[in-house]
Design a binder for this molecule. Structure first.
Ligand code: GDP
Length: 193
């Protein structure tokens, strides 16, 4: 069955977004394995299974080895199911993502979000970056332009609305994400004709 996959670091609001998309309650924080939960969401005109992959990054009580293991599991899962994944949603925290990327950029370090974005592109999985917690961001356009720059997308962000979707999951403001996902789905339907 067709699948939409959600990926993102811990605490970016993935569970909140899942709840918003599906109307169900999830507790993803406690499950560091890769699970395929049969969570249906109707992205009219089609419906899909949404897979919530475990959060990655700092989690209290989880050591470095375990974190690497989780990351490896996520990468393997995406490789294995790439064919089946119609759209991937990379969830980031709009308030902190640029700072975190900059802090982790160096000669031998690639920030997780940047790495994941490029990895999904390599797999040919259409990817939407859901920039969450926009309610906490004052200079929205500037922040989104910076994010584009870090992801290798030429600013301004407004020309990337199929890829960059600013949302506030907590308040149910996720229309830009719905739009972006729909665009990708329609594109694929056209390609299939
Ligand atoms: P997860 O670890 O990625 O599943 O993140 P959660 O969904 O558990 O959310 C982490 C924290 O961010 C919680 O305190 C949420 O209430 C908060 N949060 C989620 N979405 C938003 C949002 O759109 N705006 C704000 N300000 N906080 C949010």
């Amino acid at each position: 069955e067709a699948e939409v996959a959600l990926v993102g670091r811990s605490n970016v609001g993935k569970s909140t977004l899942m709840r918003e998309l599906t109307g169900h309650d999830f507790d993803t924080g406690g499950n560091p394995g890769v699970t395929r939960a049969p969570n249906h969401y109707d992205w009219a005109p089609e419906d899909f299974v949404i897979t919530d992959l475990p959060g990655f990054g700092f989690m209290s009580g989880v050591d470095e080895d375990r974190r690497e293991q989780i990351k490896t599991n996520i990468v393997h899962y995406l490789e294995e199911y790439a064919e089946n994944i119609l759209v991937a949603i990379l969830v980031v925290d709009g308030k902190s993502v640029v700072d975190i990327i900059d802090r982790h950029s160096g000669p031998d370090e690639i920030p997780y979000d940047v790495e994941m974005f490029h990895f999904l592109r390599e797999l040919d999985v259409p990817t939407v970056v859901a920039v969450n917690k926009m309610d906490k961001v004052d200079d929205k356009d500037e922040r989104l332009d910076e994010l584009c720059d870090r992801l290798g997308l030429y600013p301004p962000w407004k020309q990337w609305q199929e890829t960059i979707a600013p949302i506030t999951a907590k308040k149910g403001r996720i229309e830009p994400l719905n739009e972006a996902v729909r665009e990708h789905l329609h594109e694929q339907q056209r390609d299939d004709l």
